[in-house]
Design a protein around this ligand. Structure first.
Ligand SMILES: *[C@@H]1O[C@H](CO)[C@@H](O)[C@H](O)[C@H]1NC(C)=O
Length: 261
């Protein structure tokens, strides 16, 4: 420092010396940043931040730059305020899809979760919700028409569904029973929610009035009715095709031991 003393007046030289000291000590600390603002990778790799150096900040994951450049500089051992403004990313409403509805009550900003539903008669295939992430909405889904399986076989009857295609939501299948069998349940059923039929398919039950006997009766012939029985039978079947003639048919069977079907 001798040369300084030689070349200048005392007062001025002190100032110059102070500047030297300041410059040597003026390292900025690692920047402390507010929420949603982070150092760029480049700035993170710097070991120290000397006086006059710059560091660049950017918006945190899920946030986007609203204003400013994000450059801050180290002056006098302190960082200038970063001029960066960040706001949450807005994913916006998801792309509409056929028969699909979104519940946007949670909003469309970063982190928002929306519920996906399908119109009546359609069922969701894929994720039933979407989340707004930095890269946009996640969760793929499609609304597919509800289909029912081909109607099941009905013993002693058949469905009147003559198509090779599976029934669609809302389509109605009718059933018919073979001759001698009575339909128990609903004659028509509808392909409904979750691909299930409502009501369930009917059954075809042996028709008493037509065969005059159930399967059980055929295996074990019933005893010949007494006079009292025959009157009971004729009363019970008064409104059906069998009248007292049933008694006449049964009577020989009871006597001979061989049912006369
Ligand atoms: C949307 O979701 C919110 C919260 O889960 C619920 O309160 C609201 O009823 C839903 N709206 C519709 C139209 O389903």
């Amino acid at each position: 420092m001798d040369f300084l003393l030689d070349t200048c007046g005392r007062r001025r030289c002190l100032l110059v010396m102070q500047l030297f000291v300041l410059k040597a000590a003026a390292l900025c600390p690692k920047p402390q940043l507010g929420s949603h603002i982070v150092l760029t990778n480049e700035a993170l790799l710097m070991n120290e931040f000397p006086e006059g150096s710059n560091a660049t900040v950017e918006c945190a994951h899920g946030y986007v730059n609203e204003s400013g450049s994000g450059v801050m500089s180290c002056t006098g051992g302190k960082w200038t305020e970063p001029d960066l403004g960040c706001k949450k990313k807005d994913c916006g409403p998801p792309i509409p899809q056929p028969h699909m509805t979104f519940n946007l009550s949670d909003g469309t900003l970063f982190g928002a979760k929306i519920v996906v539903t399908c119109d009546k008669g359609f069922q969701i295939s894929g994720s039933s919700y979407k989340t707004c992430y930095a890269g946009g909405w996640t969760g793929r889904a499609k609304c597919e028409m509800v289909m029912c399986e081909q109607p099941a076989e009905v013993a002693n009857g058949r469905s009147l569904w003559d198509s090779q295609d599976e029934p669609k939501y809302g389509e109605i299948i009718e059933f018919a029973c073979n001759e001698g069998f009575t339909l128990v349940g609903s004659k028509s059923i509808m392909c409904s929610d979750y691909g299930e039929y409502h009501p369930g398919p009917p059954e075809c039950k042996a028709d008493f009035s037509f065969t005059g006997a159930t399967t059980e009766d055929r295996i074990a012939p019933r005893p010949a009715p007494t006079a009292q029985d025959s009157s009971t039978i004729s009363t019970a079947h008064r409104d059906k095709t069998i009248t007292t003639s049933a008694t006449a048919t049964v009577s020989p069977a009871g006597q001979g031991g061989i049912p006369n079907w």
